[in-house]
Design a protein around this ligand. Structure first.
Ligand SMILES: [Zn+2]
Length: 108
């Protein structure tokens, strides 16, 4: 897949610019992927990363017509696609149980 993307980029950049741009692109994608993995598997206890994880779990397992921001709710606020206050403010235990139910339904 990376070779295909490199090939597509080669139409737009000179060789030196392509090397620099593609290196940055790969590094950015790697950082994004590691952050995404952490959002699913790390156990954040509080703070910003916990809020980001909570939003990300709603992004995946809640209403499909809402929550298009993968790592931030900013764009959902701007475009009015945010989750309802009730859903976003549920207790952690209730939210966790709901997510488990949805995940189990998807596995079955
Ligand atoms: Zn995810």
């Amino acid at each position: 897949m990376a070779a295909v993307i490199y090939f597509i980029f080669s139409f737009f950049f000179s060789p030196y610019t392509l090397a620099a741009f593609f290196s940055g692109f790969l590094l950015g994608y790697l950082i994004y992927d590691e952050c995404h993995y952490a959002m699913h598997h790390a156990n954040f206890k509080s703070g910003l990363f916990k809020r980001i994880k909570d939003h990300h779990m709603l992004h995946h397992y809640s209403e499909p017509e809402k929550g298009f921001g993968v790592s931030s709710a900013i764009w959902d606020v701007i475009f009015g696609s945010g989750f309802s206050k009730k859903k976003a403010g549920q207790s952690e235990k209730k939210k966790g149980n709901e997510l488990k139910e949805v995940q189990e339904q998807q596995l079955n």
